[in-house]
Write a protein that binds this ligand. Structure first.
Ligand SMILES: Cc1cc2nc3c(=O)[nH]c(=O)nc-3n(C[C@H](O)[C@H](O)[C@H](O)COP(=O)(O)OP(=O)(O)OC[C@H]3O[C@@H](n4cnc5c(N)ncnc54)[C@H](O)[C@@H]3O)c2cc1C
Length: 470
């Protein structure tokens, strides 16, 4: 297998593309661009997967404009690819058959905050940080926090999660309803603001995680949460990965409502120390945080302290001040960039698997042994409370042996997670990179996904060559 074979061949419709480009250029004026650098920016840029640029980029400003673009593309059978902030990691925004990228960044208005109902409605281009900034004085917050400041439309489209998912869930839990432009340009609302509904098929959850292959999300209705009265957190070192994993497993099995519990291996701690100017002991470490009342947080922290000690954990360092906690969590969020600094010039391949919590220690142990045997450098980080972890394999892409070793390692990791009852992706999604694992993971379920795709996008114009091999 080579790098390029990760991408499915999809044919270009040259005539249709030329027509769509001409029509959209005229309609959108300076909000349409076919400049090479901008097109490249709207292809995949985050990892070692090759960049496949679209033929043009439209900066849409409303649901109606997105619908107009999709109608033009439908008429001329041209691919149309939604673009949030481009932080996805598996070639999601690439244009293997060319086509039009719809950049959602100008759809960045918070439309409603319904504080009494703990929900809000935002345009799809609003980013998670922008929303939390907007909510700052309301006593509410939006908890889902992928490392990047991604758009909420992109996060819904990839069913994203982050460090808080162990307590607050993922985008599948956070999204109450969506406004979606379908493949023929029809605009659909998938639900209202009710907390639950049994009214028909759940189109919201069908769209969440569909990665722009079933429709383009233009508005998102989200659940919000009250900012907890008390927050406490800190870091706890462990002698090895296994004992850290065992502490996590016990924490979750005890039902301790930890808000965040993140594992960083010794190499990742070294990278974070250098990048974020920390001075943590270079050993496997858990970053934890508890949310609740003063008394609740104290009780949770004590119980966690006991669990950590029983599993060989060292001295806990509490971050009592909000600034200290934010410094630690910023370092955690910057782990990806920190890891790249371990091998300047190398490209990072971010893996992402998730297993049932009882298999976490087994999966991580086997994966680290495999990584060593393959002779690869790959610091490990994980949202381990969910059984989800990543290694960022640092690869010299000019060295074919290294590429082959990395690809072999990644394949084995995915098969291992699936065999353990887990999944080839806990949060990053399928894009181009994970398509080949879906047959083993879903079996006949993949045919049902194909039928859904064929029914909703019969011409195959929405983000072709992604998610479901047709
Ligand atoms: C440093 C770093 C750390 C990360 N950490 C995490 C993490 O902890 N958890 C996690 O889940 N992910 C993580 N990611 C991956 C990434 O941030 C998420 O996948 C994110 O949800 C993508 O959002 P985006 O706006 O960048 O979407 P894009 O990358 O622009 O698009 C992603 C996919 O969604 C589709 N899409 C985008 N907008 C829309 C829309 N409005 N309607 C329909 N489809 C749309 C695109 O076509 C594409 O298929 C990380 C990435 C980086 C670079």
């Amino acid at each position: 297998m080579t790098l390029v074979s990760l991408q499915m061949p999809v044919e270009r419709n040259e005539t249709g593309i030329a027509l769509a480009v001409a029509i959209l250029a005229q309609r959108f004026g300076d909000r349409f661009s076919a400049a090479a650098a901008l097109r490249e920016q709207h292809g995949h840029t985050t990892t070692w997967l090759p960049n496949q640029a679209p033929d043009g980029v439209v900066f849409a400003e409303s649901t109606e404009e997105v619908a107009e673009v999709v109608k033009v593309c439908a008429e001329h059978k041209v691919p149309v690819i939604a673009f949030g902030t481009g932080s996805s990691l598996e070639g999601h925004v690439n244009a293997p058959a060319g086509g039009i990228s719809v950049d959602m960044s100008r759809m960045n208005r918070v439309l409603q905050v319904n504080a009494d109902d703990l929900d809000c409605v935002v345009e799809a281009g609003v980013t998670r940080k922008q929303l939390n900034e907007y909510l700052r004085d309301t006593g509410l917050f939006f908890p889902i926090d992928p490392g990047a400041d991604a758009s909420l439309g992109g996060m819904a489209a990839t069913r994203a999660s982050g460090t808080n998912a162990v307590r607050y869930g993922t985008m599948k839990d956070a999204v109450l309803a969506l406004t979606v432009v379908m493949a023929d340009g029809t605009v659909v609302h998938t639900g209202g603001r009710a907390r639950k509904s049994s009214a028909g098929y759940d189109l919201t959850r069908l769209m969440v995680g569909s990665e722009g292959t079933l429709g383009i999300i233009t508005e998102v209705t989200l659940r919000l949460h009250g900012i907890p009265e008390a927050v406490s957190g800190g870091v706890c070192p462990f002698p090895d990965l296994e004992s850290a994993c065992n502490a996590v497993i016990t924490t979750i099995q005890c039902g301790l409502p930890v808000a965040r519990i993140e594992l960083l291996d010794a190499l990742q701690i070294r990278a974070c120390n250098a990048y974020s100017k920390l001075d943590l002991v270079e050993t496997p470490t858990l970053f934890v945080e508890f949310h609740g009342s003063e008394a609740g947080v104290r009780e949770q922290s004590e119980l966690f302290g006991e669990i950590a000690r029983d599993n060989g954990g060292g001295e806990f360092t509490w971050a009592t001040k909000a600034e200290e906690r934010s410094r630690l969590w910023s370092a955690r969020h910057d782990a990806y960039w920190a890891a790249l600094g371990l091998r300047p010039g190398a490209k990072g391949v971010s893996t992402d698997v998730c297993v049932p919590i009882s298999r976490l220690a087994d999966c991580i142990k086997a994966t680290m042994a495999d990584l060593n045997e393959a002779g690869l450098i790959g610091p490990l980080v994980g949202h381990v409370g969910d059984g989800n972890f990543h290694t960022l394999v640092l690869v010299d892409v000019d060295n074919p042996q290294e590429i082959a070793a990395a690809e072999g390692f990644i394949e084995r990791l995915n098969w291992r997670a699936i065999e353990m009852g887990g999944t080839c992706t806990g949060e990053h999604g399928v894009g181009q990179g994970k398509m080949k694992y879906l047959t083993r993971e879903h079996g006949a379920g993949l045919d049902v996904m194909r039928a859904v795709k064929a029914a909703l996008d019969p011409a195959g114009i929405l983000n072709p060559g992604k998610v479901v091999p047709m």
